[in-house]
Each structure stands twice: as C-alpha cells, then as structure tokens.
Design a protein around this ligand. Structure first.
Ligand SMILES: *[C@@H]1O[C@H](CO)[C@@H](O)[C@H](O)[C@H]1NC(C)=O
Ligand SMILES: *[C@@H]1O[C@H](CO)[C@@H](O)[C@H](O)[C@H]1NC(C)=O
Ligand SMILES: *[C@@H]1O[C@H](CO)[C@@H](O)[C@H](O)[C@H]1NC(C)=O
Ligand SMILES: CC(=O)N[C@H]1CO[C@H](CO)[C@@H](O)[C@@H]1O
Ligand SMILES: CC(=O)N[C@H]1CO[C@H](CO)[C@@H](O)[C@@H]1O
Length: 901
C-alpha cells in the first residue's frame, strides 16, 4: 500500500490528465470500478480504475479453496453500503474518467464522473459526503483544490455523523454472508418458486451466474433453466478452452445482468445445481440468449422452466431460421420441402394403428402421415415374445392399441385436419438396424383439428408416449414440450392408468360365429365400425357391443374380383374391381355403420346389408355401376331398389355396363385347354407341412435306401465324432446337423446370420432350423447327395387356393398337420407350378382326397380356374355343390399395412 501511495504522491498535477470515456461494467468496492469500452465484433477491452485519494472498506472475501492458511474475511464496516451506493449510481452507466496515476504494476488511479464530461457528478466526492469513504490525507497537497474539497466534505460528513462517522461503529453493516447451503434442494423447495430479490455478482458463462440473494445474503450459483450456452471447457491442466461464441454469450449476459437488481425464480435443484430463471424489467435473458443464437434449448431442464417453454422453443426456432451465431450452419429438417408440402389441409381417410393417418390431399393423392414424436402402445418385456405367435395382430392384441386407434378415429375420420410437417424420417435399411425389419421413409407431422394437437390429446389420455431424443436431434415435433407436458402423469410403460380393457376376439372359428349368428339376426340393425375393406363387397367389421371382429360380405350383389397373388401365379383382376374397392373404402372405411346380418357362409363370414348415413352400400355399388345384382337378392326387401338402380346404371352404359350390348362372355378366366388328366398315384411319406400349406414328402420306394444310409452314416459319426466347433459353415454347402432329437441328419446351409444363428434345411425331411454352428459338421463324402439324392420333395395341393388370410391359412395348416404329417399317403402330380408340383393326395387307407376334404370342411376354397378339373376328378355330387359355393367367395387379402387380420 505504501508504494501505491508513494506513486500517487509522484503524480504531476501540472499536466492535466486526459478525459476518457467508458461504461461501468462492475463495481469492485466503494473505491474501484471496472470500465469497459464499446463492443466491436467481440467483447470490448476493460480497465480497472481505483478512485484517487479515497479509501472505502474492503468487502468480505472467501477463503481460497484448498489453502487452509487462508480464511473467510468479513466485510469491513460500511464496505457493502459503499459498494451498493456506487453500484446503484454507476452500473451500466456511461462515465468519464481521468487516469492520474499508474503504478508500476499497472494499477490505475483516477477520478470518475457520471456522464460524458467532468461537469458530471464526481463520485469520489459523493462517497465522502455520505461518509462511505475516507480521504487519504497523507497524500494530499495543499495546492490541489480538488483534494482540498474532499477534505472539506469529509469534515462535514464527520460533523453530521454520517456513515463511517456514525457513533457506535458499523457492526450492523457487516453482512452475514452464506457461501454454502446445507441442503440446496430443501432450500429451493422452501421458496415455492416465488421470485427472490437478488444481485448478480458474477457471470461464469452465458447461462451460469453467481447471485446474492436478498435479504439474507445467500451466495448461490444459478444455471438458467431450459438452455445451454457455449461455455469454457475446463481442461485437465486447469486451462480453459472456449467453445465457439462462449465469450460473446458471456458478454451478452454480463452486459445486461452483472450487478443488476433482478428477481430470480429458483425452479429446481437436481443434484446440487440450482436451476432458475432471472427476471429483469428489460426482458428475460433466457429468451434473449436463445433468440440471438447464444444458446440452445435443453429438454431436461426445459421441463422445470416456469415461464412458458413454448416461448423458448419459438425463440430458438427464430434463431435457427435466421441462422444466427451457433446456428450459422443450421439446416432445417424440412428445408428441402416446398411450403405447400410443409403445411396443408387434408381430409383423413384412415387411421393406421395409433400413430399414423392416411389423408387425401387436394390433388386426390393419398398420403400416410405419422404423428411426430409419439409412440403408440407397445408390448413390453415378456409380452413381446408373443409377437412370434402367428396369429398376432398388433392392432387388437397390443393392449390399448385399439383404444388409441378408436380415439383417433372418432375424432378424425372423414374430417379436415391441418398438417404441419416436422421432419421426414429417412428410410432405414435392414443393415443399419441390425436385421430388424427396415422402415420406409416416414413423413412425420403435427396434426391439428380445431386448434387441438391430436398427438397431444392422445398423449394426455395415456394412449401414447413421447419419444425421448438426443439433445441435438432436431427430428421431432414442433410442439415437443407440449407433448412432454401432456404426458399422462400416471404414465407407466404398461399404461396401467387406463381403464380396464375388454379383449377383442376374432369371430373366425365357424363354430363360434355360428353361435353368434342368431344374436345378430335378431338384433336387426347392429352398430359396427368398418375396420378394413378387402374389396368392394368384402369387409372386416368391429362390433363394439360384442367387442369382436367379423368378416362381412355385402348381400345381393356381384362385385368384380380383384387380382390375387396365388400360389399358382397372379390372377388378373376383373374390370372395375379396383374402382369398387376404392368406392367402398372412401364411403365406409373406419366409419360407423349399421349392418343387417342375414346369413353366414360355411367359412364363418356373415352376409348382409350395410347402411351408412341412409345409404345402402349394396345399392350404392350397383347404382354406380360397380356391381351387378345377384339373383339371391330376390327375397330381400331391397330387391326393387337394387333392380331399378341396376337399370339406370345399365342405361348410362358406364363402367360395368360399358359394353352392355355385347354378349356376356362365357367364362372370364378360362385356362388354355389342358391335356387329359393322368392319374398315377404313388406312395409317399409326408414329413413336413409349411405355413404356406406346402408339404414335403419322401418316396416310399427309396425309403429303405435312406434308412440304411442314415444308419451307416450315424455309425461312422459315432466311431469318429466330429470335433465341436471345427466346422466353418458356408452358404450353400451340404453338412450334417444335430437335430433336437440328438441325432445327425443331412442338411444344407441356407443362410448364416452369425456363428450362433445358422439357417439349415434338412434335405431328406424338408424342415428348416436355425442353430449354432457347433451343432454342424462336415458331411462325410460317402453319404453325399451323389450317393443318395435329397429325399424330401416339396409339393402343394392342386385345385385349391391357399388362403391369403393368416388365420384361415393357419386353420388349414393345422388340419393338414393333424391328418397327414408323418403319414403315408398316395400322391399324384396334377400339374407343375412355379415353386413346386401341384398334386392331389389321397389317404392311403380310405383313398379319400385330402384337398377335397379341406374344401368340404370349409378350410380352403377351390381355385376357380381349376374348378372344372377338380369337378371332373370327383364324383361326389354333394362335393360339387360345395365347390360351387366356395368358388363364390373371395380370399382375404393381406392388409396393406402388413397386419394380419
Ligand atoms: C483497488 O481496488 C481494489 C478493489 O477494491 C482493491 O482490492 C485494491 O486494494 C485497490 N488498490 C489499491 C492500491 O488501493
Ligand atoms: C388450420 O389452421 C388455420 C390457421 O392456422 C385455421 O384458420 C384453420 O381453422 C385450421 N383448420 C383446421 C381444420 O383445423
Ligand atoms: C405395470 O404397472 C403396474 C403399476 O404401476 C406395475 O405394478 C406392474 O408391475 C407393471 N407391469 C409391467 C409388466 O411392467
Ligand atoms: C416472465 C418474463 O419476464 N417474461 C419476459 C421474458 O422476456 C420477454 C422479452 O424478452 C418478455 O416478453 C417476457 O414477458
Ligand atoms: C332402408 C335403406 O336404408 N334404404 C336405402 C338403401 O340405399 C339407397 C341408396 O343408396 C337409399 O336411397 C335407401 O333409402
């Protein structure tokens, strides 16, 4: 101190020091300030100026961390009052100053005046007048009028007993500063998010400050809720590496808040860090930082922000759009979409599961839109494995999926909605997802109706959950925070907060359907929801009263058939089948309708009339020349209506009636004449039935050869067991594989997913398995396929249609497995097919035809194109009738979303 004083004494009053200008950044004490210049392309230079000739008390200091010889020192009396007096007067204000003296260490002493020139208030004089600083009389020279004036002012303050000169000392002016809080979480909770008065004492980076809470003098570090600014990364060696824009962000906050009177809402305290929001009359620093591109939103801490998270997102969005600062290289997820593709109004045609809708665009085109950032109900843990079940239908079997779909359907179907595309999720290939089925590209959007965000409504009902993202993942809903906020408070992954749900059954088994029929017949008109449209006249209905699904065929009409992918090849669609399907879809898909059930066919499909808003769908199809009246309509009360509708359609000569004059064609899909059927049955042993109703059989004739080959092969293996793990599988190679029964069989390698997952095909039995390569070994050459050809041959049934409907097919497969697996049968090849020969099979004992049995049981239908041939083959008159009946009904198509219904 002595040397500093000496330095002052050396000053030369003759040369009047130059007047300089600046803005007060910070008040260090009652007698020192930091002054800065104007920023120019970055934080400006700063200078510390100590006031000449006076001294104010030193403020409290905290012990230096990790240095036990230092300790906390309290405020000197009146020191804080002096600092406050000065702070309130000059912080953030423009001042001018002189530097009268500079010590060799670079410390600068001078006079500071408020305003642009030295006619302004001399702040040293003000402090002395208030008794908040003493005059350093030891350095004062008599001939300096300014110094003399200071002495006078001090004398007056003394006389008036102001500040330091108050009697009784200033013990009450010493703050009880609290540097630490024992339990910060309790402390934050106890404030109940009420604004607390505070002074910002230090700015660490754009969003972390040290604040002095008033009136109790807690010094706390507060992190701004909801955002993160670029910061100064502390390195291992103690140095700091600034992230881009960290210095600018810090200056932004500092120049607005440092040493300002503010209010702080302490919002939360997860793990020692206090999150809060700083309120200042000029605005809200959190929003401002975002808007200027100095900060980004942070999901986890956004959740505690009390002043409206949507405003923060909007501010961030605005910065991104303008590409300011940290967003200078930002590319929006929908950047390459035209405005008209980014936001549009469209009509909802269908609700797909519980997170997507199909809309009809102005162009008439249909488009699938996924709801952004939500996940529909799904199976967790244990239940997931049910997925492997063949009959698994996600919409009906995943708890709450159907409820969620119904929620959306009731609100949206047939309505116009506002669609705002948020992001396009790129297609994922199977490779990226590690073998998990790939997703096609998805358009994800926020969909609103009457101002309500439908995803938010779904989430608030507990019928969907919000997807969590990586912090920098932009591919999310534009209303993400509202979604998070709406998430059902009792949310659990298994959605137990929902009311109890009733399982939905599929009335498929003929027996059950038969029991149900009288109910429906008696009910007259029943409510139903059209779940799926297979074709113009074939629908899947949900019956809400009975909580079951039925297949429903429109009565009284003949509707053109669609194309079908049959085992025997693609069957060409009849004209206008597609139009009829679209017509029915647009009119009734997912709508609430009324049905009158009249009867049921043998396969358990209900037949009847369907009404929607006063329109009878059978009549409407005929009216639009998309169906013809079927003679069975004669008995119904709609017959006259149907006939007159048909008559007018015919007269209009459109669609089905376009070529009315022409003689109706004899047969639509006539096969080229085939040669006379040859029946040459041979004995086979059926070893395996596939899910697709194909089967594998061995010729009984060569059966003994196989037996003896297996016997000697196993003998050889037993004598020289293969070394486990010594075999390297290669796709296409023959090998031997140890089956579940512990025996070795000949096999071929079809695919290698990993050493633990090798797909093999047992060449003598036709079954397939996925097993570890440790259960494989080289095929001994003596038993190769040169010695004996693979013994299993694949066949399929001639003359019948393999049901496309998964459930129906499973029923048929089950029946075949029961009847003929591991059984000797008689086989005759009827015609060749693309994959394998089409054959008829007879039971060895009764000589009954297996395929015909399936037809009679109502498990499969006759392949119409082959119908004549089957008729020729069978003599049973009754069977003929059945064949005709079944020829009339159509196959379910697999639904377009891959769901098996
Ligand atoms: C200048 O002011 C600062 C802050 O009050 C103080 O710590 C320092 O001791 C002062 N310097 C001198 C030489 O008085
Ligand atoms: C779509 O949004 C516009 C403006 O945002 C609004 O005026 C209109 O009513 C909305 N339409 C629907 C169907 O919600
Ligand atoms: C579902 O939630 C309930 C209630 O929270 C819980 O008891 C149950 O264990 C949960 N079940 C599963 C499978 O997570
Ligand atoms: C709660 C609060 O103070 N909100 C303010 C945040 O700042 C913006 C402007 O930056 C004001 O409009 C808000 O009222
Ligand atoms: C009883 C009934 O609903 N009849 C309707 C059948 O459909 C036609 C037109 O589609 C209507 O005009 C009938 O009123």
């Amino acid at each position: 101190m002595a040397s500093a004083v000496a330095a002052q004494v050396q000053s030369n009053p003759a040369s009047a020091p130059q007047l300089q200008r600046g803005i007060v950044k910070m008040v260090l004490s009652g007698c020192a300030v930091i002054v800065r210049g104007q920023p120019r392309g970055g934080p400006p230079p700063e200078r510390q100026i100590n006031l000449s000739n006076i001294r104010a008390g030193a403020l409290a200091r905290r012990a230096v961390q990790g240095q036990p010889d230092t300790k906390d020192t309290p405020d000197e009396p009146w020191a804080f009052q002096a600092r406050e007096f000065l702070r309130k007067k000059v912080i953030g204000k423009e001042v001018c100053f002189t530097v009268e003296n500079k010590t060799p260490q670079g410390r600068e002493y001078g006079m500071v005046y408020l305003g642009k020139d030295n006619s302004g208030e001399n702040i040293a004089e003000s402090l002395v007048t208030e008794g908040l600083a003493t005059v350093r009389r030891e350095g004062i020279r008599g001939n300096n009028p300014e110094q003399a004036r200071l002495c006078d002012l001090e004398d007056q303050a003394k006389a008036a007993k102001k500040g330091l000169w108050t009697e009784g000392g200033g013990a009450h002016t010493v703050r009880d500063l609290k540097y630490t809080i024992e339990n910060p979480r309790n402390f934050v909770d106890s404030l109940h998010q009420k604004p607390v008065n505070a002074i910002i004492e230090h700015v660490r980076d754009g969003c972390i400050v040290r604040a002095l809470l008033l009136p109790d003098y807690y010094l706390v570090t507060v992190m701004l809720s909801g955002i993160k600014c670029p910061t100064f990364k502390r390195e291992a060696d103690g140095s700091e590496t600034p992230e881009p824009f960290s210095a600018e962000a810090k200056f932004f906050t500092e120049s607005r808040l440092l040493q300002r009177d503010v209010q702080i809402i302490l919002e939360s305290c997860p793990n020692q860090v206090i999150l809060g929001t700083i309120l200042h009359p000029n605005g809200n620093i959190t929003e401002l930082l975002l808007k200027e591109g100095f900060a980004r939103c942070v999901d986890w801490s956004m959740a505690v922000y009390t002043q409206g998270a949507e405003k923060l997102r909007a501010a961030e969005r605005s910065a991104k759009e303008r590409k300011v600062r940290i967003w200078k290289d930002y590319v929006a997820p929908t950047a390459n979409l035209d405005q008209k593709d980014r936001q549009f109004v469209a009509k909802v045609m269908q609700v797909v599961n519980a997170d997507a809708i199909v809309v009809k665009l102005n162009s008439g085109e249909h488009k699938t839109i996924h709801l952004s950032s939500i996940r529909p109900p799904r199976l967790e843990g244990e239940e997931k494995n049910k997925d492997k079940d063949k009959r698994f239908r996600p919409l009906y079997d995943i708890p709450y999926m159907f409820e969620a779909r119904e929620f959306l359907r009731k609100k949206l179907i047939g309505k116009k909605v506002n669609v705002t595309v948020d992001y396009i999720r790129a297609a994922t290939s199977a490779m990226e997802t590690g073998g998990v089925p790939a997703f096609p590209e998805r358009t994800c959007a926020t969909v609103t109706i009457g101002g309500i965000n439908i995803a938010e409504a779904l989430v608030s009902k507990g019928l969907a959950t919000v997807i969590r993202y990586r912090q920098d993942d932009d591919q999310r809903s534009s209303h993400y925070d509202e979604l998070l906020a709406a998430e059902c408070p009792c949310y659990t992954p298994n959605l137990t907060c929902q009311t109890k749900r009733v399982p939905i059954s599929l009335l498929k088994e003929t027996q059950k359907a038969k029991q149900f029929l009288p109910f429906l017949q008696r009910a007259g008109r029943s409510e139903a929801v059209v779940e799926y449209v297979f074709s113009g006249s074939r629908l899947k209905l949900y019956m809400p009263k009975e909580t079951c699904l039925i297949t429903f065929l429109l009565a009284g009409i003949e509707c053109p058939r669609g194309s079908r992918n049959m085992p025997s090849g693609m069957q060409v669609a009849e004209p206008y089948s597609e139009e009829a399907t679209i017509f029915t879809k647009e009119l009734v898909l997912q709508r609430e309708v009324e049905v009158e059930v009249e009867s049921m066919d043998k396969a358990g499909n209900f037949i009847g009339w369907l009404h929607i808003e006063g329109v009878n769908l059978s009549v409407a199809l005929v009216d639009n020349a998309l169906s013809k009246v079927h003679f069975t309509a004669e008995r119904s009360s709609y017959y006259k209506t149907l006939l007159s509708a048909e008559e007018t359609a015919r007269q209009r000569k459109e669609k089905l009636w376009a070529n009315y004059e022409e003689k109706p064609k004899e047969e639509v899909a006539q096969l080229t004449e085939e040669k006379e059927r040859v029946a040459k049955y041979r004995a086979v042993y059926v070893t395996e039935i596939t899910d697709g109703l194909h089967f594998f059989a061995q010729d009984v004739e060569t059966g003994t050869k196989l037996e003896s080959l297996m016997e000697s092969m196993r003998g050889e293996i037993a004598a020289q067991p293969p070394v486990e793990g010594s075999f390297t599988p290669r796709r296409g190679d023959f090998c031997i594989a140890k089956f579940g029964d512990g025996e070795w069989y000949r096999a071929r390698i079809e695919k290698i997913e990993s050493p633990a997952k090798v797909h093999v095909y047992y060449i003598d039995y036709g079954n397939r398995e996925i097993l570890s390569s440790t259960r494989l070994a080289a095929l001994p050459p003596a038993f190769s396929t040169r010695t004996l050809l693979p013994q299993a041959t694949e066949y399929t049934f001639a003359f019948i249609q393999v049901p496309q409907d998964e459930d129906a097919r499973t029923d048929a497969v089950d029946s075949v497995v029961r009847d003929i697996q591991n059984t000797q049968c008689l086989l005759n090849v009827e015609y060749s097919g693309i994959v394998c020969p089409h054959v008829t099979l007879q039971f060895a004992d009764s000589k009954d035809d297996v395929g015909l049995g399936l037809v009679k049981e109502g498990l499969v239908m006759v392949d119409v194109r082959k119908e004549k041939h089957l008729q020729k083959m069978v003599s049973d008159k009754h069977a003929h009738l059945n064949i005709w009946r079944y020829g009339d009904f159509r196959d379910d198509d697999a639904d377009e979303f891959g769901y098996r219904r």
